[in-house]
Unconditional design. Structure first.
Length: 376
């Protein structure tokens, strides 16, 4: 067979190229070839960034806080920290301070997603509380036997307002919430009690009665009867004075008196006395100043607790401590009789009756002296 010259040349060239490739492959191992790294050395995926957006339930588990979701807002509380978020807003309220998160809180089905800024703010607040120095425990001295009194015990009078002389249901069974305010309301109706307002508030979609205490007017409960709501035993936040930062709900004790003090008369004598007594006890027990005893109308545009609530007198009674709040069972003569009158004394005759008696006797004496002078 005859092979053409140009075919031989082409075949020789292809063989040479193959030989070069094989030789180069033999001289340079595969591991030294420059180019992209093998699959085993590819960069790792960063995954979820530390401190990113977090489900509120997961954040509560991580920080040891308690989660409360009332459908309108979410509260993370415990460890001395109270943080509230509102889905759709880009701020978070922590212990009364408003902090920008950069992104809004949002709902995802049954979950509430907290932005990275909010989650980090909660972590820092919890860490700061845990790192804060704790005061040393107070060691009381051993009791010392007291000598018998030299004088007979005086006749007992109605007990004054004190932390140890209150109904048992006034004292919660759990650790106290860091209360800062006492907010006074009227119910804006004439007939009601704690269960009435619990039913009304639940119909609005709330978790329960929004107030902490309800003071009756004799319609459905006793006149001046104090009813703690379901919120008080567990030291739960209120739902009675909503503001943008919700501080008066988070840290304000809500007291409502049954009655319409805007269109009707003011509170009854027994209601007023019970309100003074309860407020003074709360101030003493939780360290709330008189400046932080406020009306509902001091938190928003409303007439509550009504123009006929004797606010100036009430502030003086709870601030000065000079006027005694009448206790259940105290005789009516010892209680404040008229909301416009001076305070009643602690014991003995009421001031109004004693003053009237003295005035009558003095008037008779003056008239007798005048008749004697005329006869002369």
């Amino acid at each position: 067979m005859r092979i053409r010259p140009f075919v031989l040349v082409v075949a020789t060239g292809i063989a040479g190229l193959a030989g070069c490739t094989t030789a180069r492959g033999a001289r340079q191992p595969a591991g030294d070839v420059e180019g992209p790294p093998p699959a085993s050395t590819a960069f790792e995926s960063p995954g979820t960034p530390t401190g990113g957006a977090l489900d509120a339930a997961s954040l509560a588990d991580e920080t040891g806080l308690r989660l409360e979701d009332d459908g309108v807002s979410v509260l993370l509380s415990g460890e001395g920290v109270h943080a509230r978020l509102f889905p759709g807003r880009d701020t978070i309220s922590i212990d009364g301070r408003t902090i920008a998160m950069g992104q809004p809180t949002r709902r995802d089905g049954h979950r509430v997603i907290v932005p990275a800024g909010g989650a980090e703010a909660v972590r820092r607040a919890v860490a700061a509380h845990r790192a804060a120095p704790r005061p040393p425990p107070i060691v009381l001295p051993a009791p010392v036997a007291l000598l018998a009194p030299k004088f007979p015990t005086p006749r007992p009078v109605a007990a004054r307002v004190s932390a140890g002389n209150v109904p048992a249901d006034w004292t919660p069974a759990v650790a106290a919430r860091p209360w800062k305010w006492i907010v006074i309301h009227h119910s804006d109706d004439v007939c009601g009690c704690c269960s009435t307002y619990d039913r009304i508030h639940r119909a609005k979609g709330w978790d329960e009665c929004g107030y902490h205490f309800v003071i009756g007017n004799g319609s459905l409960t006793g006149d001046g009867e104090v009813e703690p709501s379901g919120r008080w035993p567990g030291q739960k936040h209120g739902a009675h004075a909503k503001t943008p930062d919700n501080r008066f709900n988070d840290f304000g004790i809500g007291i409502v008196l049954v009655g319409d003090f805007e269109k009707g008369a003011g509170p009854s004598t027994a209601q007023y006395a019970s309100t003074v007594r309860l407020t003074r006890w709360l101030m003493s027990t939780y360290g709330i100043s008189a400046e932080n005893v406020i009306r509902h109308s001091d938190t928003k545009a409303t007439e509550c607790p009504g123009r006929n609530f004797p606010w100036s007198r009430f502030v003086g009674d709870v601030a000065g401590g000079a006027r005694r709040a009448a206790l259940p069972g105290t005789p009516a003569s010892d209680a404040p009789v008229d909301l416009g009158m001076a305070p009643a004394p602690l014991d003995g005759l009421p001031a109004a009756r004693r003053s009237a008696s003295i005035g009558v006797r003095r008037g008779r004496r003056v008239r007798r002296e005048r008749r004697v002078r005329r006869s002369r």
